[in-house]
Design a protein. Structure first.
Length: 522
């Protein structure tokens, strides 16, 4: 609320991906070009009139003694019409402006969205300075104002300006602050999204809080954070198609990391018994509402634990992150839906839940012909080059069971042939000790009792290599260096991986492109 009447419409920009008629888009473009020309002329004037190196349209520094949020916190209880007698200098972006005869109003916005009113009056700055403000300051400009901190007649915290300076001249207008940007515009021009939309800023802050919480929880459990290579001579650690690049220095092909797993396990072999990494991974695959070619991943490994212990840790990590962001394990999504991440999460068997949903018994011993027949019956397709028992079971499980999971759920005990890095189940033949965690209907995390026997691991790699030879682009290759590390002895270990972007989806209810600050767009 300001002392001024309702603002005039903000200056327009062309919405990226707009469905507006061509003539309307042309009119908007013409207006933008005209405004840019006017602003360029103002820039030239500022450069010509500057009196020292600190002046002009882009000075190297401007007076700043306080931040806008700090002033708002300090004077939160200031009564309407009160004067503090305190002089402060603040800087911010002009997001509202109204010029009258002897008094100009502007709202200055800081990076966190906090605002303070600047009041530029003839009595305080003089006629020349007031006229310069009217002629040179536009919406979107960064300005520095110096003056007494007061509360206006309407109770708006304000700076009664005694001196002011342009901090950075904006050559292009802001979007209309009263019109929601399209999703396409938001992800393509995130810098504008951050300026005009509270939710965009809140999402960035929420992600930072979640990451800080994850690190704090790991620290409480004596984990060490490490960094592993993004460029690798051999991709591994997940079933995914890699990006391929080339090193000129080494004259060899390299792969962008699809997972840090095999390097983090080397760390466990080396004696770092509790280790984690928050990293960037790259997978040369499709992009949709839950997948991005570049994404943030958390992986962690705990010696002398197993998939049950790592599931307990994962639940704690997520619940603590939810509390850090939302103040509670019950989070409120962007659409207003409340989602409960609290309590003890269910753990269900993949084979048992599939059997119940399909109305027939399916076990690790079920023949592939029977699985193919069921898949054909319900319209589930598995490409021939990857058509194994495990692939059919997993695809059928997604068809029959996945959509019915409402609460956070650990899906336990996966087929052996789809999990080459996982230990066989200690009591159930034909499955491995692996879980996938489903939240909001998508896979959020995965965890294993890690395979540490180097002889069996070699056999699994060889089977993967056969799949690769048959055309499976996601199959792993034999990694001799990793096997050599295992041959030096790796203790029993539980491991987990979780997408940070998907964690934010679970907490905020947003799509993946909204949770990534600068997502890859075509």
């Amino acid at each position: 609320m300001t002392d001024a009447p309702a603002p005039a419409p903000a200056e327009p920009t062309v919405p990226t991906g707009s469905n507006a008629p061509a003539a309307e888009v042309d009119d908007i473009l013409d207006d933008v070009f005209e405004q840019k020309a006017v602003r360029l002329a103002k820039r030239e004037r500022l450069l010509a009139e500057r009196t020292d190196a600190a002046g002009g349209a882009y000075p190297v520094a401007v007076p700043v003694t306080d931040t806008i949020p700090a002033l708002r916190a300090r004077y939160a209880d200031l009564e309407a019409g009160a004067e503090t007698g305190v002089t402060a200098s603040v800087a911010g972006r002009v997001v509202f402006s109204r010029n009258t005869g002897k008094l100009c109003f502007a709202s200055l916005q800081s990076g966190d969205g906090s605002r303070i009113q600047a009041m530029v009056s003839l009595a305080e700055v003089g006629e020349e300075s007031l006229q310069a403000w009217k002629e040179l300051v536009d919406l979107g400009d960064h300005v520095s104002v110096t003056g007494q901190v007061i509360s206006s007649r309407r109770g708006e915290l304000s700076i009664m300006v005694a001196d002011w300076a342009i901090a950075a001249k904006a050559l292009l207008p802001l979007p209309n602050l009263h019109t929601e940007l399209s999703e396409e515009s938001r992800v393509r021009s995130r810098f504008l999204d951050l300026i005009v939309r509270d939710r965009a800023r809140e999402t960035v802050i929420a992600r930072a809080k979640a990451n800080a919480s994850l690190r704090a929880t790991f620290a409480a459990h004596d984990f060490l954070e490490v960094e592993t290579p993004m460029l690798q001579v051999q991709h591994g650690g997940a079933s995914a198609r890699p990006f391929v690049t080339k090193s000129n220095a080494f004259d060899t092909d390299l792969f962008l990391r699809i997972a840090p797993e095999l390097f983090l396990k080397r760390a466990v072999v080396g004696g770092i018994d509790r280790v984690f990494e928050i990293n960037r991974n790259f997978r040369n695959e499709g992009a949709d509402s839950t997948h991005s070619p570049e994404f943030a991943m958390l992986e962690a490994y705990q010696a002398y634990s197993d998939y049950n212990g790592i599931a307990d840790l994962t639940q704690e990590l997520i619940q603590q992150a939810a509390v850090a962001v939302s103040g509670s394990t019950t989070v409120v999504w962007a659409d207003g839906t409340e989602y409960d991440l609290g309590g003890q999460w269910d753990r269900i068997s993949m084979y048992d839940s599939l059997s119940e949903a399909a109305g027939r018994t399916i076990t690790p011993a079920t023949g592939i012909d029977e699985l193919k027949a069921l898949a054909a019956e319900v319209g589930v397709e598995v490409p021939e080059k990857i058509a194994t028992h495990g692939k059919f079971v997993e695809e059928l499980w997604e068809h029959f069971v996945k959509g019915g999971l409402e609460r956070p759920t650990f899906v336990m005990d996966f087929p052996l042939d789809t999990s080459p890095l996982v230990r066989e189940h200690r009591t159930i033949a034909g499955v491995v000790e692996k879980w996938d965690l489903y939240v909001r209907g998508f896979e959020l995390a995965t965890g294993y009792s890690e395979l540490v026997d180097p002889v069996i691991q070699r056999e699994r790699f060889v089977e993967q290599a056969k799949l690769a030879a048959r055309g499976d682009d996601e199959a792993m290759r034999v990694d001799e260096e990793f096997l050599r590390a295992l041959e030096h002895g790796m203790p029993p270990t539980g491991g987990m991986g979780m997408g940070i972007d998907r964690l934010m989806m679970a907490i905020t209810g947003l799509g993946i492109r909204e949770t990534i600050l600068f997502p890859l767009v075509k």
